[in-house]
Structure formats: structure tokens, C-alpha cells
Design a binder for this molecule. Structure first.
Ligand code: SR1
Ligand code: MG
Length: 434
């Protein structure tokens, strides 16, 4: 049906999705039968797009459609629907680097801002799994591997300069989605802004303190400048636990609509932030005392911190391996640095370590920024918002604010991933938070 003030735009519904799919032979063939035999359901729970599961007698599809506004808010917050084109493009580019970690891109209809991807049967969203108290062996290793492959594979280490520049040019046009991140993560939350939300009145003093914390505001601005200016690799751009699904023997990254070129540490830090947020939120989630700050951490909390370390260490191992074996890009050109030397007499050995140290510093900072914005911004995660008891929620969120500040302002004090883990445990153990 047409939307009230945009008669040219039709909100897709189950019937219109089925009608469209029937016009695309390769999609219809995947489902089998005809539209009358297809079950179409809207299953999206994200902020920006509609998502449909389409099931037929022979198979299933996932269809996403971008309305010209933010879905969670409506037409009062317009947003370019061209984001679906960037999502499809990023999906294909990342699938070139790490196909095992993505749903297969199947179809894109630019005129409808609609894309179809492989349906991930038997998968669940990682945030849901974590909030239900679950864990997933090998998750950190999978995500470290995914991040190394996608970030290395779209960087100047892997791509010839002309290809990289063309790709950067394409994604430069994802302006509105990048603006959301620029504003939401680094700016809006540090001043009064109508979309900011937090647990009030419990956190009111914390939010006042945040806004007058000059060291914090400057550190956030410095990172914003990195996000704005560094075109290091093609980022997912919104890599949190709600953007990842796991199934039997499978980890898949979805929702690439915020994709853009940026600093590698942005994606890594963002995902680590959501693991740490979940770790701190678990203390508020179990009102029966299973987990409480000041008491021993639960096995799930232990696993979350192990996962943080496993992710980073896997990222480093795989990234270095790719640099040694697949450096076809114009940075550190093969004509000057031929491949094949052993680690010990590799002329690039020290340079690679320095490169990774810099990614780590960025990671720590972006991790801190993302942690803070998930407490006081527009997009607060269910990890916190599901905690019914406002006092318990505020305690967990206050610890997240502290952790975020420690990472963002005292970035240099964190020289290895174990330092992040130590700071997180220390902040959890400081009771009560003031
Ligand atoms: C318009 S709301 C944007 C937020 O939701 C997405 O999931 C991103 O995290 C973004 O911050
Ligand atoms: Mg999303």
C-alpha cells in the first residue's frame, strides 16, 4: 500500500513481496511451486529495514526492503533507500574475501530498493543467543577470521591501487548511513539531543558528567576524525551481535547497509564493545543472583571475555598470514618486498607488528566509543533495555560508561587485548559504582 505522504512509495507487504519474487525466475525456482504455495512473513527486528522470510515447497529466501525512512521511527526520519544498493554491493565484495561468513547474495532490484539473499535456516541472531544466556564455541575464532579476511582483502595490502580507489569511490556515496554513525557515536550523545535516551533518573548525573568531561569529548572527536578521514578497508560499518547469526557449524554476518571505507579498528572495536556490554549486562539480567557484580562471574561471562581475546588473537594470526601470502596490493609492493621469506628474516616483520599495533589502538578507542553510545544514545541494545529493574539496569550501564571511558580516554594504557579484559573485570568488581 502507498504510504500517506509518499504516494510514490509502497511499504512492501507479504503479498507484494510474493508478487515480486514470482517475477524473478531464479528466485522463484529456489522456492518451488508458485506464490499461492509460499509462506511470506516479516521477521525484521532491526532499526532501518523490512525483512521478509519467504518459504516455498523447495526452499526459502530472505528478502530485504529499504523504505525511504528509518523503519523504527517512521517517515518523520527520512533516510535514503539507496542503502540497500550499498548493502548488496558490500555483501558481494566481502563474499569475495570471506564467502563462508556471509549469506549468499542472490538478487538486487534497484528500483524497489530490495535485495534477496540466502535464507539462513536453523540460525539465530547472536544477541538473542547471548541474552538467553547462551554461548557458542569458536565464535571468537570465526569472527577474528572473518574480520581479517574482509579487512585485509579490501585494503591497499591486497588490492591494486586503481581497484581500491574505484571501490572507495563507490562507497563514498553512502553518505546518509555514514552520517548516522558520525553523529550517533561521536557527537549527539555528548550534548543534549532529542533522540538520546538513557535510564532516567538513575543515570542523569552520569550523563551530565559525560557532557562536561572534556578529555572524553576530545577523545571522541579525535576518533570521529579517524572515521571521517581514513579509507583503510571496506567496513561492515555496524558490526554488533545483532548483525551476526550462528547456526550449526556456521557463522554469518548480515546487514551491511552501513558499509563504507574506514579504519579497520572501527569494525573490530564495535564487535568487542557488544561482547563487553553483554558481559556487564548479564549482572543485571539475572535478578536471582546467578550473576552479580562483586560475585564470581558466570561461565557465560567467562566465555565472553575469552571470546574477546580469541577474536583479537585470531584476527592477528590470520591477518599476518594473509599479508605473507596474499599481498597483491600496491602498499608494500611485492617488487620491493617479495613474498616467501621466513618470519625471522622477513624485512617486513617489524613493520607488520607496528601496523597491527596501530589497528589495536584504534580498536580500543572505537570499542570505548561504541560502548558509551549504547548506554545514552538512540540505539540502546536489548542487552540493557530488557533488564526490567531500573536500578540493576543502571548499575550495569554505569559500569559500561566507565569501561567506555577507560578505553576511549586511557587508550594507551591498553597495549594488548588482555588489558581490555583486565579493565573490564576490574570495573565489574568495583561495587557499588558511583
Ligand atoms: C537509525 S538507527 C541506527 C542504529 O541502528 C543500527 O543498528 C545501527 O547500530 C545504528 O546505530
Ligand atoms: Mg542491523
Amino acid at each position: 500500500m502507498p504510504t500517506p505522504d509518499r504516494p510514490d512509495h509502497r511499504i512492501p507487504d507479504e503479498r507484494s513481496i510474493a508478487r515480486y519474487v514470482a517475477t524473478v525466475p531464479e528466485l522463484a525456482a529456489r522456492l518451488g511451486g508458485g506464490p499461492a504455495a509460499w509462506d511470506v512473513r516479516e521477521i525484521g527486528d532491526g532499526n532501518v529495514n523490512y525483512v521478509f522470510a519467504v518459504r516455498g515447497p523447495a526452499g526459502a529466501l530472505c528478502v530485504k526492503q529499504a523504505p525511504p525512512y528509518v523503519r523504527a521511527v517512521g517517515e518523520s526520519w527520512p533516510l535514503s533507500p539507496t542503502r540497500s544498493g550499498f548493502e548488496f554491493r558490500a555483501l558481494r565484495e566481502h563474499a569475495r574475501c570471506a564467502p563462508a561468513y556471509l549469506p549468499a547474495p542472490l538478487h538486487y532490484a534497484p528500483e524497489l530498493h530490495l535485495l534477496a539473499v540466502e535464507f539462513l535456516d536453523d540460525h539465530c541472531v547472536v544477541r538473542h543467543l547471548l541474552n538467553a544466556g547462551g554461548s557458542r564455541a569458536g565464535f571468537g575464532a570465526d569472527m577474528g577470521d572473518y574480520l581479517a579476511r574482509t579487512l585485509f582483502g579490501t585494503s591497499d595490502l591486497a588490492l591494486p591501487a586503481a581497484d581500491k580507489r574505484r571501490l572507495v569511490g563507490e562507497f563514498e556515496a553512502n553518505i546518509e548511513m555514514c552520517r548516522i554513525m558520525e553523529e550517533m557515536i561521536f557527537t549527539e550523545i555528548y550534548r543534549p539531543f532529542h533522540r538520546n535516551r538513557w535510564t532516567s533518573p538513575e543515570l542523569d548525573p552520569d550523563v551530565r558528567r559525560l557532557r562536561s568531561d572534556t578529555a572524553l569529548v576530545i577523545a571522541a572527536a579525535r576518533l570521529k576524525n579517524r572515521y571521517l578521514t581514513r579509507r583503510e578497508a571496506l567496513l561492515h560499518g555496524d558490526l554488533h551481535t545483532g548483525s551476526i547469526m550462528v547456526g550449526p557449524g556456521s557463522t554469518r554476518v548480515i546487514d551491511q547497509e552501513f558499509a563504507c571505507f574506514g579504519p579497520m579498528g572501527f569494525d573490530i572495536g564495535s564487535l568487542l564493545a557488544h561482547l563487553l556490554v553483554n558481559y556487564l549486562a548479564q549482572d543485571g539480567r539475572h535478578a536471582d543472583g546467578h550473576a552479580e557484580a562483586g560475585t564470581e562471574e558466570t561461565p557465560q561471562q567467562h566465555w565472553l571475555l575469552e571470546t574477546v581475546a580469541e577474536l583479537w588473537h585470531t584476527f592477528v594470526r590470520r591477518f599476518l598470514e594473509l599479508w605473507r601470502t596474499s599481498a597483491h596490493g600496491d602498499a608494500y609492493p611485492a617488487t620491493l618486498f617479495p613474498a616467501g621469506a621466513d618470519d625471522e628474516d622477513d624485512v617486513l616483520y617489524a613493520e607488520r607488528s607496528a601496523y597491527l599495533d596501530r589497528i589495536f589502538r584504534d580498536t580500543v578507542g572505537f570499542c570505548g566509543a561504541e560502548t558509551i553510545r549504547r548506554v545514552v544514545g538512540f540505539a540502546r541494545p536489548a542487552d540493557f533495555t530488557d533488564i526490567e529493574d531500573a536500578g540493576r539496569r543502571a548499575d550495569a550501564e554505569r559500569r559500561a560508561l566507565r569501561l567506555g571511558r577507560a578505553l576511549l580516554v586511557d587508550t594507551a594504557a591498553h597495549t594488548c587485548v588482555e588489558d581490555i579484559v583486565k579493565t573490564t573485570r576490574r570495573i565489574r568488581d568495583e561495587t557499588p559504582p558511583d
